[in-house]
Design a protein around this ligand. Structure first.
Ligand code: GUN
Length: 279
């Protein structure tokens, strides 16, 4: 049976360390979150981020816009947040309403306050091997979880299913920097199962596609980034957990694996940007 990669336990440990780290400062970080539209999942994520920040003593402000907000309004707000010295981190919750150019919005964020590491400056740095101001939270959380369980990355074949700017692409670069051999698969990949069968570590970030036991080599490490509610209302991921956990070596549960790690890394990034703002 696979060992469970417990994201909740590690999140709690990280948050405790961050709270202690913040005790020595007279001031506090402030995370500004922009939420446009009424995507229910985004609302839940943003509430979670706000609640977790508050528990740690990180101030947070959420700026809500209706789904018909125009780009200029958001750009003006970002400029105001960039120039406000009390704001140390800015996050624009994705997805944005379709009429808005998300790249324009993201790239308006001052790179030093870009807590997701999504701006061209920060992602460009990541892709060229220069340290960005912040690393994207979900990839960072995945690597932190692997490290916590002493799972070797160097020389391993990691297959990532999903090529998003939020997970697949930045994760591939972060793993390359750790000397993994990385294959990135996506919706047009032919014979996905043949590729995943050669993996030492599989990361699935496609959303709703079932990864079953017959797609994986025995003893493989399985990281499930997918999260959705099935027809019975049960929260589940991309991986058939019951089946796969019988012959994987390590596996993340959904919920309780990657999700809590993303929040922990967001808080960690927020604290780090705050600390760097002094120097
Ligand atoms: N939407 C889904 N994941 C993320 C994330 O990590 N950051 C932001 N800003 N939006 C998201």
């Amino acid at each position: 049976m696979a060992i469970i990669l417990d994201g909740k336990k590690l999140r709690d440990k990280i948050l405790e360390e961050l709270a202690q780290r913040l005790e020595k400062y007279d001031s506090r970080p402030t995370l500004a979150v922009i939420l446009a539209g009424d995507n229910p999942a985004s609302r839940i994520y943003v509430n979670n981020k706000k609640k977790t920040a508050e528990k740690l003593g990180i101030n947070s402000v959420v700026i809500n816009y209706p789904s018909n907000v125009d780009e200029t309004t958001i750009l003006k707000k970002i400029e105001e947040l960039n120039n406000d010295e009390t704001i140390t981190a800015i996050l624009v919750q994705l997805p944005l309403p379709e009429h808005i150019d998300k790249f324009n919005i993201i790239n308006a964020i001052k790179p030093e306050k870009d807590v997701d590491g999504f701006t061209i400056e920060n992602s460009g740095k990541l892709f060229t091997g220069i340290k960005p101001h912040a690393y994207p939270c979900t990839p960072r959380g995945i690597i932190r979880l692997l490290d916590e369980y002493n799972i070797e990355i160097e020389g391993k074949h990691v297959v990532i299913a999903g090529r998003s700017n939020i997970v697949g692409k930045p994760l591939s670069q972060m793993l390359l920097a750790r000397n993994a051999t990385v294959t990135v698969c996506h919706s047009r990949t032919k014979n996905l199962a043949e590729i995943t069968k050669t993996a030492d570590i599989v990361v699935s970030a496609v959303g709703g596609k079932i990864i079953g036991k017959n797609m994986l080599k025995s003893g493989c490490v399985v990281i499930d980034v997918g999260i959705f509610k099935d027809e019975n209302g049960k929260t589940r991921g991309d991986v058939d957990f019951e089946e796969v956990s019988s012959n994987a070596s390590y596996i993340t549960p959904v919920p309780g694996g990657v999700g809590p790690m993303t929040i922990a890394m967001l808080m960690s990034n927020t604290v780090e940007l705050f600390e760097k703002s002094f120097v």
